[in-house]
Write a new protein. Structure first.
Lengths: 246, 295
């Protein structure tokens, strides 16, 4: 599936960004792990954070979401600074987080997992989710943990759509999945973007990231060192791969 | 021991088991979500009985309204304790919670002892069985006290209702989710802290409910929860820490086991449950119904 031009265009208008992260610093105990991270995400835009393990990608998502509370700086979403809010309040403002390990709740059925996030206006109905992911209807009564890796990733993404987020924070959605499943996840993200949703994508799979993202931010040692536009990816591919190599 | 005597002991055991089940159920829901071993549970059970007694003395409140009002009053106290004290200790070493809830036990017990002595001039007070449940019921093999049969039936209904709510409703799904992964549940927009308070209050209310049920059988006295809570902790360990089904099934089973043991060989009755706990810990450390820790 190709990315609709309309959706891409939305990010390119001169409007204020949907999300603006300014001088974000984060800490694990005494460890200072993010250093003045800056990036923006436009409406309908997909932005990737790339970097090797330990670069601070996941910590950045957790800091934006409010899951990691030891943070300073500004996280401005639709004009409001969210940096002091806990994650449940951040979610209510329209940001959803799909963690790296997917966090499918094993004590809940697939259906209960889907229905857990509070439904909000603009969110996907159960019927709509089932239309896009028929397997989640078929497996509705199974424990969430009994799904395959790909099905779990679909459930993890579908689950947060119930709340109608405007911005999706996706952590390594392609990790550990077969190529055919990765393609389906990519097609799913195209659909979400076509609906006007913005995405921050954390990825180590450069092919997947460049297939989807309009812009890329490169993180090294907890700091953004470079921003690469989609148009420049081909010319900079070797450099980007170098950033990802161990 | 003949079959008739055994059956009588089974029913006696089920009465004790009803209290173990209600108390361990409360401990299990609290431990499941808060990871707190609530040492004050026995004192809060006693407080339920005392509140029923005090409301009867002050306002003439009978058993049936007390069965509702006392758990609500003590449950609200539980909410205040969680909000005011326990909440400050989350994230610290679990021994702080043990110390706090143990200290609360001493405070509550001694406060009630003082109130009973100064206000009512008694160290223990009887509590009247409701009129509708006075007398005995013919079970075919024996006449068994009607009130005790009611206790068994009521405890089964309360345990089954709690199981249903937690396993089959949206409220239960939220509690299970918050128990399994509070971070992700909170990030869905759910206020996990509020649920922690509600669940703690509910667990405490269950203890108080058991206290009201116990008042007509054991009478009301400040230390009535002390011994019971020790066996209840053993029940929770045998059933599996945090397991709702485990705490209920084990509660009734231990009650019957102790009753049969005391009939067969009285000296072993009190140690039987701890022998069973030791065996379970050796052979199945997560308890009979417990799942291995994933975090």
């Amino acid at each position: 599936m190709t990315v609709p031009e309309v959706a891409r265009g939305a990010a390119l208008t001169g409007d204020a960004p949907l999300l603006s992260v300014r001088n974000l610093n984060a800490y694990y105990g005494q460890s200072h792990v993010l250093h003045d991270v800056n990036f923006t995400v436009g409406r309908g835009e997909v932005v990737s954070l790339i970097g090797r393990n330990g670069a601070g990608k996941t910590t950045t998502l957790k800091s934006v979401m409010g899951v990691l509370r030891s943070r300073t700086g500004q996280v401005t979403f639709e004009g409001r600074d969210l940096v002091r809010l806990p994650s449940n309040a951040v979610a209510r403002h329209g940001i959803a987080w799909v963690p790296e390990e997917r966090a499918i709740l094993s004590t809940l059925s697939v259906r209960e997992n889907l229905e857990l996030p509070p439904a909000r206006p603009g969110g996907w109905s159960l019927d709509k989710i089932h239309q896009h992911f028929p397997v989640l209807r078929e497996r509705g009564h199974h424990p969430g943990s009994k799904l395959s890796g790909g099905e779990q990733q679909m459930l993890a993404i579908a689950r947060v759509l119930r709340s109608g987020p405007k911005l999706l924070l996706l952590d390594e959605p392609s990790e550990g999945l077969a190529p055919v499943i990765v393609q389906r996840i990519a097609a799913m993200l195209d659909t979400l973007r076509a609906e006007g949703m913005s995405v921050v994508l954390v990825e180590q799979n450069l092919r997947f990231a460049t297939r989807l993202a309009d812009r890329h931010y490169v993180l090294v040692n907890g700091a953004v060192v470079e921003e690469v536009a989609r148009a420049d990816v081909a010319a900079r591919e070797a450099d980007l791969l170098d950033y990802l190599s161990v | 021991m003949n079959a008739q005597l055994m059956l009588i002991q089974v029913f006696n055991g089920l009465v004790n088991g009803a209290f173990f089940a209600l108390l361990s159920l409360g401990l299990a829901v609290i431990f499941g979500l808060l990871r707190i071993v609530n040492f004050a549970h026995g004192a809060l059970y006693m407080l339920g009985a005392f509140v029923a007694f005090a409301l009867g003395q002050a306002f003439g409140l009978g058993f049936w309204p007390a069965l509702l009002v006392a758990p609500v009053v003590v449950g609200l106290l539980g909410v205040a304790l969680e909000r005011g004290l326990l909440r400050r200790l989350y994230g610290l070493d679990p021994s702080y919670n043990l110390l706090l809830t143990f200290g609360l036990t001493l405070l509550i017990q001694d406060a009630i002892k003082q109130v009973m002595l100064t206000r009512y001039a008694v160290s223990s007070a009887p509590y009247t069985i409701p009129e509708a449940l006075v007398g005995a019921t013919n079970l075919g093999f024996v006449f068994f006290p009607t009130y005790r049969l009611f206790v068994i039936g009521f405890a089964v209904v309360v345990c089954a209702a709690t199981w249903f709510v937690i396993e089959r409703t949206r409220v239960g799904a939220v509690i299970r989710a918050a128990t399994e992964n509070p971070t992700v549940t909170q990030a869905f927009g759910i206020d996990v802290g509020r649920w922690v308070t509600i669940v703690f209050g509910f667990g405490v209310a269950l203890a108080a409910l058991a206290g009201v049920l116990a008042a007509p059988i054991y009478s009301v006295e400040p230390y009535m929860g002390s011994e019971l809570i020790i066996v209840t902790f053993a029940v929770v360990v045998i059933g599996g820490m945090g397991s709702i089904l485990g705490s209920v099934v084990t509660g009734f089973a231990v009650g019957v086991l102790v009753a049969l043991g005391s009939a067969l060989y009285p000296p072993i009755a009190n140690t039987l449950v701890f022998v069973l706990m030791a065996l379970v810990l050796l052979l199945r450390p997560n308890g009979l119904f417990g799942l291995p820790e994933t975090k």
